[in-house]
Design a protein around this ligand. Sequence first.
Ligand code: HEM
Length: 413
Amino acid sequence: MTATPPAVPDIMDPGLIADPVGGYGQLREQAPVVRGRTPDGGPAWFVTRQADVRTVLSDPRFVNSARSVPGTSVDSVRDKLIEMAGFPADIAHYFSDSILDHDGEDHSRLRKLVSRAFTVRRVGALRPRVEEITAGLLDRMAGLAEPVDLIAEFAYPLPITVICELVGVAEEDRPAWHRWSSALMRMQPDAVGPAAREMVGHVLEQIARRRAEPADDLLTALVQVQEGDGDRLSADELVTMIITLVIAGHETTAHLIGNATLALLTRPDQLALLRADPGLWTGAIHELMRWCGPVQLARMRYAAEDVELGGVTIRRGEVVQPVLVSANHDPREYADVERLDVTRRPAGRGEGHVGFGHGFHYCLGAALARQEGEVALRALVERFPRLALADAEPEWVPVPGMRRLARLPVRLG
Ligand code: HEM
């Protein structure tokens, strides 16, 4: 008699949201590629081992858009956004057609165009400014009544300020961006429509303004790419790209800072190592991304042809859901896998973990996010040597595919 394979956990289950590592462990060991349901309720193959996740993210037989599957002409993403999440039909394409929805040469074209404007030099040059914003936020926090909510007072404002300065979102418009972005992340149908419409209107207005009056920001650089010779961004692609960058640069990094602070405050031995040797920080960020990175699930993929993976046949057109959080805790890849070890160094392949994805769609903002994480966490623990948690139980937000703290009350000491 064969044993029944373990069931794929419900991705909105509070137990899984609080403990995604434990939640996927049994699946990874017993049924590494198995049928489950994606956040939108559709059937999908869940892929939980790191080697298989890397295959899905870097093998061209897996694609991001249903349009890239031979014989399929519909792309269901736009329809689902309209139906399920309440995006107005006339602007849904701005949200269903981002760089993450493109494959092959079309994706390379988009990626090349933004990377040109979003260079490593631009990120490196930002470091002093990231340090300055961090120091300002820590000064402000020192004056607040305790306990201080680290998420609201530090983890969010830092990446929001950085991405808004980089893109060129004016200070007075940032609270609105934060509101829109939260409404979209939570996918609450009554809030999504108005937020999406306001956001698109605002971006169109900003583009017109930069055309008339160029500035030294990413918005202007992208407008110039759009107007330039050779490969171009279309007008719609330009709007979508700006929205994607601000949202992507906003939520994720905030939760890396929150999750990593929680991890270090509950593991004082690891924090002590970092305090004693700040040279460990750069490597520690890779380990913190592996251990508690904020993105649990990659974007779902489609099989463009029949593919054998992990002992099953995935048929053309079927949906595949790579589970990054499980891949990052795969004992085949890491010794003593469940231990947070800030001195761990990736063996072999690149940064080791897949918390920023892998392959074609590897995170465009990874260098920026790592830099922000390093600057923020290091300055936080140096500034407040007696920093401690004020609440025993962390509160997780039930957002599909993300590991996101609602708040993190701390005492600064
Ligand atoms: C892609 C995670 C910060 C922009 C991705 C992917 C992951 C990821 C997992 C790949 C998704 C997939 O293949 O399905 C993260 C995490 C971050 C972070 C954990 C912070 C800790 C940022 C920032 C930006 C950004 C700061 C921009 C300023 C993007 C873009 C893509 C992407 C544009 C799509 C790239 C493509 O399709 O070629 N990110 N990200 N991310 N990320 Fe990030």
